[in-house]
Design a protein around this ligand. Structure first.
Ligand code: ADP
Ligand code: MG
Length: 206
């Protein structure tokens, strides 16, 4: 994928986030403060506006996307997703095209960034519960020599299972942690928005 193709993917991510605005907000209404879809859509709408002026360079697009998210998205998710995109962009600096190897590097860097900033790990009912299993599935699949599009199908399946898993656990990070045991039974909005993004990548590659 080169910079131009990547911009198309970014546009599709922004569109899908908009489509899921209400759904993500409804999920956050139950265990948070009901703004996750609004936050994500605000950020990605701004990204969508900026795409035409971004350079045709995947790394730079990722970095500018991250900076836009940090500066326009309120709440916890803005800085966390912003960092994820910026770190992913840094991980592939100078590369004109990104392939499967770069996808692994980007996702790894994004996850490390979220973990560090959010002081979080898996099992805390956050976006990490879909991102980490997706990353692990992707890596395993690519190492087994399978095609990228097949591996993204597997990554999305792992993220879906991760979102299901968030229903079974107590939130220990973010606003949902205020609910304690009452957070059980509800899926995490951030894990769900990560699943939405991964699903767009899967469909784009297909
Ligand atoms: P806020 O909680 O500030 O209202 P959002 O509603 O936009 O922000 O985002 C909430 C989501 O952010 C949660 O569903 C969770 O997935 C994610 N999140 C919150 N805190 C953390 C953290 N410390 N590390 C990783 N993800 C987190
Ligand atoms: Mg919220």
């Amino acid at each position: 994928m080169d910079g131009q193709v990547f911009k198309k993917l970014l546009e599709e991510i922004a569109e899908k986030i908009k489509e899921n605005r209400q759904f993500l907000t409804d999920l956050d209404q139950v265990i948070g403060d009901g703004d996750h879809g609004i936050n994500m859509d605000r950020g990605f709408s701004k990204v969508l506006e900026k795409i035409p002026s971004m350079p045709d360079d995947v790394s730079m697009c990722m970095k500018q996307t991250g900076m836009t998210l940090v500066s326009t998205v309120g709440g916890a998710a803005g800085p966390l997703y912003g960092t994820a995109f910026m770190k992913a962009g840094d991980a592939i600096k100078g590369k004109e095209e990104v392939g499967v190897g770069e996808a692994i590097l980007m996702m790894d860097a994004a996850i490390q960034g979220v973990m560090k900033l959010g002081k979080a790990t898996t099992g805390e009912k956050t976006m990490l519960d879909s991102l980490v299993p997706a990353y692990e599935a992707l890596k395993e699949c690519l190492e087994a020599g399978k095609e990228a599009k097949v591996c993204f199908v597997e990554a999305v399946e792992a993220a879906e299972a991760g979102v299901e898993y968030t229903k079974t656990i107590i939130a220990t990070k973010g606003r949902a942690s205020y609910l304690g045991e009452r957070s059980i039974g509800h899926q995490d909005p951030g894990a769900t928005s990560s699943l939405v993004i991964l699903t767009v990548i899967r469909d784009f590659l297909a």
